[in-house]
Design a protein around this ligand. Structure first.
Ligand code: 13P
Length: 274
């Protein structure tokens, strides 16, 4: 009892001092351009009861824009949170085909993925656009999930840190300390996405600890210790445990393996006890 009291007491002190933060693991599914509205809702029907008692993990699903509203309705009052996969930075206007943070947050959605490599690559999104999107999301009370990561060629040329640092500096330009603390970061090496070739857990730890150091130097240690930093790229039930065991890996952003109810539930269960 005394021991327990001492642990809680010292934990509080450390937290106040900004020395040590307990970061809840995050399991985020990025469904990309998959699942009809009815498939999305039936997925929720299966995972809501299975995840109901798993409170030691933050569960986020990012479906297509079409499924966001009906899923938000069904997930209300559950521990399943939702995110968009992209946003536009203007509040509203003549931007055919776009959806803004303002419109998304009106649905009670909590998160938005910003700067995914598929957006940067296929749609030529620049760090400046990423920066505008992050600012707009924060203004409309959406927590951005900001993705960074290098290509295979960049990794082989020893440019991983430089690429990640450039994406962080550009994306976070003029974003103040308080706002930076509401961001989730995701390190997603492009060569590991959808390839079945995950980064090793020590590769993930190495780059994620570099991101945390960069945040500490650019903001402060408290912010760097507080923000969750996820790994993404070929995460599956059989490698999630070793990734989450790394000191700085606070969760995962999952593509393919988040589309099947059983594997998604299994990964949430593993994270809940990690
Ligand atoms: P995979 O898990 O399919 O490799 O996709 C990762 C990803 O891009 C998540 O945003």
């Amino acid at each position: 009892m005394i021991n327990k009291f001492f642990n809680v007491f010292s934990l509080n002190i450390f937290m106040k001092m900004g020395v040590f933060f307990v970061r809840k693991p995050v399991i985020a599914g990025n469904w990309k351009m998959f699942k009809t509205v009815s498939e999305s809702l039936s997925f929720l029907d299966k995972i809501i009861p299975a995840c109901k008692s798993l409170h030691k993990v933050e569960i986020i699903i990012c479906p297509t824009f079409l499924s966001l509203a009906p899923m938000a309705e069904k997930a209300k009052d559950t521990n399943i949170l939702l995110g968009a996969q992209n946003t536009h930075w203007e509040k509203e206007g003549a931007f055919t085909g776009e959806v803004s943070s303002y419109l998304i947050s009106d649905l009670g959605i909590n998160y938005a993925i910003i700067g995914h490599s598929e957006r940067r690559g296929y749609f030529q999104e620049t760090d400046e656009w990423v920066n505008n999107k992050i600012k707009a999301a924060l203004n409309f009370n959406l927590n951005p999930i900001v993705c960074v990561g290098e290509s295979l060629e960049e990794r082989e040329n020893g440019q991983t840190r430089k690429v990640v640092e450039t994406q962080l500096a550009g994306g976070l330009n003029d974003i103040d300390l308080n706002q930076a603390g509401s961001i989730i970061f995701a390190y997603e090496p492009i060569w590991a996405i959808g390839t079945g070739r995950s980064a090793t857990s020590s590769d993930a730890q190495e780059v994620i600890s570099f991101i945390r150091r960069w945040l500490s130097e650019s903001y402060n240690m408290e912010t760097a210790q507080k923000v969750p930093i996820l790994y993404g790229g070929s995460v599956k039930p059989d490698n999630i445990g070793s990734l989450l065991a790394e000191k700085d890996v606070d969760g995962v952003l999952i593509g393919g393996a988040s589309l099947k109810e059983d594997s998604f539930i299994e990964m949430v269960q593993i994270a809940n006890i990690s």
